[in-house]
Design a binder for this molecule. Sequence first.
Ligand code: PLP
Length: 361
Amino acid sequence: SYNFSPGPAALPEAVLRQVQQDMLEWGETGASVVEISHRGPEFLEVARQAEADLRTLLAIPDDYAVLFPAGGATTQQALIALNFASPGQRVDYVVTGHWGRTALKQLATVDVNIAASSEDDGFRTIPARASWRLSKDAAYVHVTSNETIHGVEFRPAWGPVPDTGDVPLFADFSSNIASEPIDISRYGLIYAGAQKNLGPVGIAVVIVRRDLLERAGHPRADIFNYASQLRAESMLNTPPTWNWYVLGLTVRWMIEQGGTAEFDRRSAEKSALLYEAIDGSGGFYRNDVDPAVRSRMNVPFFLPDPALDAPFLDGAREAGLIGLKGHRVLGGMRASIYNAMPVEGVRALVGYMREFQARHG
Ligand code: PLP
């Protein structure tokens, strides 16, 4: 079957087969991959290789550090304020969907300025850069590169990566990291929960310009201190070793597949197939997002009558197409087509959509 789940999401079959084998006995260790010490030479090599491969995959410059913290993207949303803003300092947020709004909820002790928001139009657009009201003295500007629920992504048709001057740009890349080449140097910090394009849930990736780590931030516990974590190579405490290991396999798989240039090409092909099917359905299927910012990773769509949702999902499941139910805040359907989704999966979905419309249209 093809799994369109938004996250935890489908992983490449080759990765899962490797994991299955290593779960019983990993290499020469005589133990399962989940049974070995994070301080032993085998795991230290896994961690080193995962970082080296991620640096290759994303072309991460040397003046950027990479952290592999336990926990999800939401945890990083809280930690970025603690690490980079002093108590009461101004931080700027551009809110373009549910996850940008969630990020705001993690801020307790800073002065938040909503520099721009598309909430009034139901998060179907991204406000033009010229309309953002940025603060000169902000610790950072935060954007959500791809809104997983609303299906809104910063795309070249909207404009280049926003220039925020001397204030560093921080971006939540949870649901579109590694889907195309990006210029990391345009950002001060990028973070992503792993469970979409990078591997299993339980670990995140933070890519941060090293000089920013010298900022004072809030007084904070050592375990919440990114600089301490970097000094300890993300092992201040026992890290989620299994998750880190699977992340490493997934990153390696992406390199072997041709890297971000290849996933850029595949994402363009897959998303075009799906949007063409929706737009070409004579109004039976609907996606209301401004075409300039339609996500290539998450494609929400609606049927003409919510009463058709259940039959659509039932038929899809019978056809081997799972994980299509939309998020509860939006309803309808959503197809998440991350890097591990082959184009054949999208073709199968589009075929099913046509057939369903022929029966119910
Ligand atoms: N940001 C984005 C863009 C997401 O898609 C998600 C989860 O789906 C989150 C943040 C929250 O991630 P987590 O559940 O890992 O905290």
